[in-house]
Design a binder for this molecule. Sequence first.
Ligand code: F6R
Ligand code: MG
Ligand code: MG
Length: 381
Amino acid sequence: MEERITLSVIKADVGGLCGHTIAHEELLEACEFVLDDAVDEILIDYYVTRCGDDIDLIMTHKLGIDNEKIHGLAWKAFEEATEVAKELKLYGAGQDLLAEGFTGNVKGMGPGCAEMEFVERPSEPIIVFCCDKTDPTAFNLPLYKIFADPFNTAGLVYDKSMKDGFKFDVLDIYEDKQITLKTPEETYSLLALIGNLEKYAVKRVHRAKDDEIAAVVSSEKLNLMAGEYVGKDDPVAIVRAQSGMPAVGEVLEAFATPHFVPGWMRGCHWGPLMPVSEEDARPSRFDGPARVIALGFQLSDGKLIGPNDLFEDISFNRAREQALKMADMIRKMGPFQPHRLPEAMMEYTSVPQILEGLKDRFEDTEKIEKIEKLRERGDME
Ligand code: F6R
Ligand code: MG
Ligand code: MG
């Protein structure tokens, strides 16, 4: 049997410099130190990066997805980084390590994770996307474009490996439910679901011809932890490219015209998703706007060759300009919708408590009208 490689991307925010802007270099070093120790033991290779205040651990191994040793290793790396964050008094030190201790899987404990297992092709180009200041549904639109829109992905028309389309696993993030829809036949039903960024997130994409895994996102059902829902957080995704999958350029093209995503400032606003280089993934204007980086690797027997910082390319300059124009435009709305998210989607806010405090001051409009009328007639003081 051919050997299978697992690619695990696990991320967490364990402290920012300053505020929620970026993860400190020393946190990345602390993670690298832990992962380095595990190479040849349980890891084949790793690469540590950051997008804004999130640290992203990109790891290869042979232990399969949801493996306790790999998740435990990531947890340990984040714990070590948290120690450094506490020493340096970074902002929100340890904020994503919500559980007291590790209990077998990082899911539902704060960190996010995207993993896929496959037999490495003779040449295996993969792209790891890491975001900040948005949530997993940010990938709904680009994944649709990449795997189902022939105006984005020419290969859907010209490559016979893709002519049967792709299967999308869509998660209902409030309930423990999932549905699989196949394109092109079920395109409209797929859009009916994933156009709703409040409730549905694309979790995985498989090539229909042979069920080969093509993409995975760190979307999980929302878990109730410490009295709050967690899991709707700065996402990561992995996409396989070329040789019967969308080309690298087709994958990236889906980010060339920025779209609005939820999660800007206090997790309460819509804003554009701006594709940037690793260097420029430092969201600071109104704590944003949301960023996405794209790191290209070639796998070589599980070794991560790269990365190629794909959005560094000047051909994404206009996408950045456009994202900034969209940001200027929507920022003018301030606390008004549609810049502001609907209540159910708002994160990190005391709006429910604020509204609760006003509840008793609301009066029946009919009653008020009656009083007004009495007043007019002089029957009331
Ligand atoms: C964090 C985020 C930020 C914070 C904001 C307020 O991911 O999106 O916009 O919500 O900076 O942070 P606190 O409440 O920690 O002062
Ligand atoms: Mg933070
Ligand atoms: Mg973040």
